[in-house]
Every structure is written in structure tokens, then in C-alpha cells.
Design a protein around this ligand. Structure first.
Ligand code: NAG
Ligand code: NAG
Ligand code: NAG
Ligand code: NAG
Length: 252
């Protein structure tokens, strides 16, 4: 069986926003989650709806799930300041959007935010994560991060605290009765010195994830540290999973 993925969108732009100070811009609705969009089963997360990213939050807002943008997740419920979700179950995994009412004109509702994926972890057995040829990488060399499992995962998500703001989606391929995905990074063009973890999920519930793999530390040898607010050169090469459009995985 071969798998085909339709649509991958680069949203590295948001990383630029995060690594450098806010410099103005149009009002746009954003949904944020803390502490992380990856939430262990039974854990809690706080959702807030903003009209200036990181600055002004809506006092009153509603939430929508899984592209059903005409049905608020709780009938007639308006959240004030924030919504504490939890203890989460696999049924909470999915994409969320919000819409808020402006403090200066409470009857006016904002546009819908971009979708935010909440991923519930710890539901399947953990995959393993390896660095090939190894976790010590000479500057300029390419390292391959390999997630694998004896479970057939159609999706893998590679996560790190720094490099990827959102978990990076990889398509799982059949491998020796289980599944595997590789992701290669050129250490010259990437700030990859950090800790990675990977998760797996199956087609019918892509945001219901396994437990995290054991952490993998990548160490780059022979390089000068970079400055604190340089838009990272790896932005162009990182391709993030578009939460709106899940890859359409079709057996051929
Ligand atoms: C959200 O808004 C409230 C008041 O409207 C404010 O106290 C709070 O600090 C805001 N939170 C963030 C993270 O901006
Ligand atoms: C928020 O909603 C409450 C109750 O629905 C309402 O009383 C209040 O005026 C609203 N606040 C704002 C700032 O829209
Ligand atoms: C991942 O890379 C390794 C080493 O190059 C290779 O043996 C393996 O077949 C690759 N797996 C996939 C799914 O591409
Ligand atoms: C890594 O990137 C640098 C700069 O773009 C390039 O010169 C080098 O050949 C690349 N290395 C590999 C192994 O692709």
C-alpha cells in the first residue's frame, strides 16, 4: 500500500512572530492554549481567545470544534477570559476555533480564529525515536530523526520545545509489520540542538496520540551560538502540518 498526502502548508511565519517582538499589524483572531497543545489524557489546558496575538484577549468568547463553525461546543455558553478544559479525554482531541465579542462593542463578534489542534497524548503505546547516524552531529552534517513503532501509525508527530512551535507532522510508512517515518535536518541551516520527542496516531483519530517516545537530545559540535533574536534561517525549511486540512491519506 502506498500513501498519498495532499497539501502541506508552511506556517513558519508564526515562528517569526514568536521569536521577535510584536511590531503591529491588523486585528486577527487567535486561539491560544497553555501550557501546551499536547495534553496528556486526564490533564488540563487553558484556552484564550485574542484579537491581538499575545496582547488583547476577548473577555467573552465562544469555541467551535472540528470545522463545525456554526455550532459552539457548548450550547449557548460564553466563556469569560479563559476556558479551562479538562480532565481531557480522547474525545477532546481535535481542532478548535474561537470567536469573541469586542469590549468596546459587545454585540459585534470577531471573525473566526485559525484552527488550533489540541492533541491528547498517552492513548497508544510510545514509539521509539532515533538519530541516524547518531545524536552527535557535526555542524554542516545532516541528521535523520527516525520515529518507529510496531503499531501501524499513519501519522507521526515530531515535537521539540524550541524548533517546532507546533508538532511537525510526518506520514508513517509501513515498515516490518509496524510503521516508520524519517525527517532529515541539515544542521547548517537549522537550530536543532535540543530535545525531540515523537508521537504516533492512527488515521481515524489523528489527534489522539501515543505516549511520547523517550526524549532524544541532539548535540551539534563545532559551531558558534547564534544571537537571541535572529529570525531563524530554518524557517523556510520547516513545513508544518496544516491543522485545517488534514492530509488525505488514500490507499492506492
Ligand atoms: C486577558 O485579559 C484580562 C483582562 O481583560 C487580563 O487581566 C489578562 O492579563 C489577559 N491575559 C493575557 C494573557 O493577555
Ligand atoms: C460578557 O457577557 C456577559 C454575560 O453574557 C455580559 O453581561 C457582559 O456585558 C459581557 N462583557 C463584555 C465585555 O462583552
Ligand atoms: C529511514 O531511513 C533509514 C536509513 O536511511 C532507512 O533504512 C529507512 O528505510 C527509512 N525509512 C523510511 C520510512 O523512509
Ligand atoms: C547543508 O546546508 C549548507 C548550506 O546551505 C550546504 O552548503 C551543505 O551542502 C548542506 N549539507 C548537506 C549534507 O546537504
Amino acid at each position: 500500500m502506498s500513501l498519498m498526502v495532499v497539501s502541506v502548508v508552511c506556517v513558519g511565519f508564526f515562528l517569526v512572530q514568536r521569536t521577535c517582538p510584536y511590531t503591529g499589524g491588523q486585528d486577527k483572531t487567535f486561539l491560544s492554549v497553555q501550557p501546551s497543545a499536547l495534553v496528556p489524557q486526564g490533564g488540563h489546558v487553558t484556552l484564550r481567545c485574542y484579537y491581538r496575538r499575545g496582547f488583547n484577549n476577548f473577555t467573552n468568547f465562544t469555541l467551535y470544534k472540528d470545522d463545525r463553525s456554526h455550532v459552539p461546543i457548548f450550547h449557548n455558553r460564553i466563556f469569560q477570559q479563559s476556558f479551562l478544559m479538562g480532565p481531557v479525554t480522547p474525545a477532546d482531541a481535535g481542532t478548535y476555533r474561537c470567536r469573541g465579542s469586542y469590549p468596546h462593542s459587545p454585540t459585534e463578534w470577531s471573525a473566526l480564529s485559525d484552527p488550533l489542534a489540541i492533541m491528547v497524548t498517552g492513548v497508544h503505546r510510545k514509539p521509539s525515536l532515533l538519530a541516524l547516524p547518531g545524536p552527535l552531529v557535526k555542524s554542516g552534517e545532516t541528521v535523520t530523526l527516525q520515529c518507529s513503532s510496531d503499531i501501524v501509525f499513519e501519522h507521526f508527530f515530531l515535537h521539540s520545545e524550541v524548533t517546532f512551535e507546533k508538532p511537525l507532522h510526518l506520514v508513517g510508512e509501513l515498515h516490518g509489520g509496524g510503521s516508520q517515518a524519517n525527517y532529515s535536518i541539515n544542521s547548517t541551516t537549522s537550530d536543532l540542538e535540543e530535545t525531540f520527542r515523537c508521537y504516533g496516531s492512527v488515521t481515524h483519530s489523528p489527534y489522539v496520540l501515543s505516549a511520547p517516545s523517550d526524549p532524544l537530545d541532539i548535540v551539534i559540535t563545532g559551531r558558534l551560538p547564534s544571537g537571541p533574536c535572529h529570525p531563524r534561517r530554518n524557517l523556510q525549511m520547516l513545513r508544518f502540518f496544516p491543522y485545517r486540512t488534514l492530509p488525505v491519506v488514500r490507499p492506492e
